[in-house]
Design a protein around this ligand. Structure first.
Ligand code: HEC
Length: 198
């Protein structure tokens, strides 16, 4: 008896506490975090440049020492004007092929094109809130509720970033030069042999 009275009487307080926590944490993420500190942007830059984002989201070009990311189009995703023939048919254990830009990938999931991560409002992440970004990485779905994000985007690894790290990455991405580049939608897996066969 005594125990249940205790539970009952403490319940409203804990519910109130839970709501306060939810409201605080919810609003902290949902809203645009405003102007981030220089430290946060620097941390985001560090994470982006050590976690491989440029490997796939910046088109590669042939440099003096071989292929390298073209930083004049930094993080702008698969170039919209690039025309691609059908991907070669997979042979044996070689099941994935990548375009020379490292921005288009063909595999058992179909063909995926890396997204424009620059702050361009129409073709990049310009209109994304921090919440949109965090939900995408955490759930592996576009904005947390759309279609699944396809390979080779390393969602299984990146979903382990802390909220703090994701906020830093998001903050840095908002500071890079916007590039207008509308990345195509992914193509479904081929159901018939491609033109290259017979
Ligand atoms: C190995 C290649 C690869 C790496 C490394 C990579 N990405 Fe991706 N990313 C992709 C591909 C491919 C897509 C598009 C997948 C699709 O269309 O479903 C994508 C999609 C995304 C999306 C979803 C965009 C949308 O509209 O839903 C975000 C956000 C993103 N990447 C951010 C990042 C960040 C930040 C990093 C570095 C921390 C990163 N990516 C590193 C390949 C990569």
């Amino acid at each position: 008896m005594k125990r249940s009275t205790l539970v009952k009487s403490s319940l409203p307080a804990s519910i109130a506490a839970a709501f306060t926590w939810f409201a605080l944490s919810g609003s902290a993420l949902a809203a645009d975090p405003g102007k981030p500190s220089a430290d946060k942007v620097a941390r985001g830059k560090y994470l982006v440049t050590t976690s491989g984002c440029n490997d796939c989201h910046t088109p590669w070009t042939m440099g003096a020492n071989g292929p390298e990311p073209d930083y004049s189009r930094m993080l702008s995703g698969h170039p919209e004007k690039m025309e691609l023939p059908p991907a070669p048919k997979p042979v044996g254990p070689w099941i994935v092929s990548a375009a020379a830009t490292n921005t288009a990938w063909s595999g058992p999931w179909g063909v995926s094109f890396t997204a424009n991560l620059t702050p361009d409002p129409e073709t990049g992440l310009g209109k994304w809130t921090l919440r949109n970004f965090v939900d995408t990485i955490r759930t592996g779905r576009h904005m947390g509720r759309g279609r699944p994000i396809l390979p080779p985007m390393p969602i299984p690894m990146y979903k382990n970033f802390t909220d703090e790290d994701l906020e830093a990455i998001y903050s840095y991405l908002r500071t890079i030069p916007p590039v207008k580049n509308a990345v195509p939608e992914p193509l479904p897996p081929a159901i018939a042999p491609t033109a290259s066969k017979q």
